[in-house]
Design a protein around this ligand. Sequence first.
Ligand code: ATP
Ligand code: MG
Ligand code: MG
Ligand code: MG
Length: 469
Amino acid sequence: MTSTNDIRRSFLDYFESAGHSRQPSAPLVPQNDPTLMFVNAGMVPFKNVFTGLETRPYSTAVSSQKCVRAGGKHNDLDNVGYTARHHTFFEMLGNFSFGDYFKDQAITLAWELLTGEWGLAKDRLTVTVYHTDDEAASLWKRIAGLPEERIIRIATKDNFWAMGPDGPSGPCSEIFFDHGDHIPGGPPGSPDEDGDRFVEIWNLVFMQHLQENDVIVSDLPKPSIDTGMGLERVAAVLQGVHDNYDTDTFKALIHASEELTRTRAEGEQKASHRVIADHLRSCSFLIADGVLPANEGRGYVLRRIMRRAMRHAHLLGAAEPLMHRLVPALAAEMGAAYPDLIRAQPLIEATLRQEETRFRQTLSNGLRLLDEATATMGEGGTLPGETAFKLYDTFGFPYDLTEDALRAQGLGVDRAGFDAAMAEQKARARAAWKGSGQAASEEVWFDLVEEHGATEFTGYAGHDGEGVV
Ligand code: ATP
Ligand code: MG
Ligand code: MG
Ligand code: MG
């Protein structure tokens, strides 16, 4: 079996042999981009190179970039534990051309890696192109020999990427692996495309236009390439499993949590083990990159993820703080590729332990309140916003933790009621506040992003806009 660590190396080696400069992953906290909560795509550290603001001593590059999609308006947090293919933290393998090669070579390199180097069966691969991109469609036909019906034209923004209202933009092409008809889900573009059968493994972006105010004004003199492939998804494919959580890395983490909790990742407890394994990665990597739990901004996203994981540890009956005891298993899996993880290991363990120790008391009290409040509710019931707010305010339950807790019972939360209670409390606090008059700008900014979404578009344009945080 090819390990995830080998696959990462193989990708980097392949593109390095093809002349790309090997670049390390940037930290998860964006270095030059205050509008973005976390790096959520491989291209983020290269944004200024694509726009021409910055130059580098190379015109093509390859990286494996740490990504988090768990903050702001759009994120994959709610998918974790429930789909085979979404994580809050994942690695995006990417090759980039800054005005060097374009579509022809990008498709050739991708196809050669997948079907040559890695030996994937051609008939398991399907691609999409933007509906007007005849050039990409005919390249797929010529280079890959794919039949028309497996070159699917998509007219939505799923297949059109833009950096923002102003800046580079262009069509994209997504490569899907068909895990087989025993898995529910349809091909891209079909009504049941969100199933786990056809899994998007790689996204190629062809930057060829320049936009102003969301309108294409010209073609770029030197078009560029930006690609992103989910390491965990391609690991599942290459390891012959359908589910990311059945790959070597996740199996090791889940095994560790099974051992420590003396439970099995089966039945009702399966999702809990998956959530714990996923959240262990995002929390540990965020702490290693300098994020600490807090009540606003990035630190609050971290706290939310940590507390969610802790509720699942509680569900598994863990009598003692659990998360920090899983860090050695993570370090064993990923420490060689990410030495910072080893360097930060004491800090990660101490932070997780402290947060979990503190939260345990309020967690069980809050869960009791939640049980009482929902005892008489039937399936499809809704928890009053007031109660969700009390859980937040008194017991430290992030809103999405409450939502996650009720999901298994088929219950929802009155979001509008929660927001109203929150707004009321903020208004009270503001009225009572006799501060210096200086706004906590980052907090305010992230509040706005939570409510309205960022105006600046960064990362890939997913079909549900995960690129935007
Ligand atoms: P999907 O449609 O499956 O949500 P996407 O189109 O949002 O994926 P991109 O923004 O195109 O994803 O990111 C490039 C690649 O990164 C994807 O092709 C996929 O392999 C991987 N990827 C994206 N989101 C996740 C995630 N939450 N967990 C794991 N891998 C991911
Ligand atoms: Mg995509
Ligand atoms: Mg997609
Ligand atoms: Mg997505």
